[in-house]
Structure formats: C-alpha cells, structure tokens
Write a protein that binds this ligand. Sequence first.
Ligand code: GLN
Length: 198
Amino acid sequence: MVGGARRAPTVGVLALQGDVREHLAALIALGVEAITVRRPAELERCDGVVLPGGESTTMAKLARIFGLLDPLRERIACGMPAFGTCAGMILLADRIVDGAHDQETIGGLDVTVRRNAFGRQVDSFEDDLLLAGLDDPVHAVFIRAPWVEAYGPDVEVLAEAHGHPVAVRQGGLLATSFHPEVGADGRVHRLFLDLVQR
Ligand code: GLN
C-alpha cells in the first residue's frame, strides 16, 4: 500500500452468550473497531472474530438458531482469523471429547479438545504461564477449562499447563483454554490482532 494510514481492523465478538463485554473492552483498549456479532450481516463486516468464554453447547445451539454457524464455518474456511477462549476454543475445535450429545462446533482448528478437562467448576484455577511469542508470563485464569488432547501437524503449541497444550495457533486461528480477556493484560489479544493484520 502506498501512502495513507492503514485502517484499523474491525473485529467481531460473537455475542450470543458468554463474556462478550470483557473481549470488547480488551479489543477497544488496543484501538480496533470492536463490534458484537449476532447476525450474518455483522459477521460480513469483520476482519476477524473472537469466540468468547461461556458455555460452548449453548453458543453452538444459538449460533445454529441465529443462522451464524454456517457463515462462521465458511468465513473461517476462507481464512478469516479467529480467536477462541475456553468455550471459544471448543467452538473452533474440529473434534471434541466429552462434548454434549450431538454438540456441534464451528471447527477449522485441527485439534481434539477435551471439555471440562481440569475438572468441574470447583477445580478452576489460575497460573502464570510462559507463552511463545511473549517475553513475560501471562496470568492465566482457567474456569471449567478444556485442554488440547491431540493436534494435527499444522498446529503450533504456544503454552502448556498440567502437561497439556492450553494455547495453540494454526495459521490465523488462535485458541486458549484460559481467559486472557479477564484482567488488563492485552498481550494475547495483541497476538491475535497481529494475525488479523498480517
Ligand atoms: N466448560 C465450558 C464449555 O464446555 C467452557 C467454560 C468457559 O468458557 N469458561 O463450554
């Protein structure tokens, strides 16, 4: 591109359920245009999409009802960057272990994810994790979190906890078992924006 400032990207947050507000705040703090996505026309405006933490079964059902499941699959298959946190990681996974009966995912990320892998709610925990690409550890909050049980050759493991991958990247897809949207550390969202803007 010759001359002129680069337009700030538009990043959508799937806003059917979950901690949408925290992701919007993290994105706005980084200077991008952050919008909620509840319908296909909103998704069309997006250069990238965030799939928040929450309840993956509910989000998948609502995405189907709101007519967003197939548009999300198509955009991601065509290379739109996406960032899934916790339930969002499950939504991005091609395969789930311990999913609800008939639980659908958006898919795109060549991983098998185990739901509630660290135990039930009472087993939620926090940890400081080294994440590839960041100099200092990230304070990671895990809430009924999944882990990556198996992954394909194009998946890069960025961080592990309890011996399992909890942050992975494949091309423009980023997923974390934990919640970088909780707290004021915008560095993981910055990594995602780098994928959106590359
Ligand atoms: N256990 C939830 C699920 O399966 C994810 C929890 C979360 O996003 N904090 O969807």
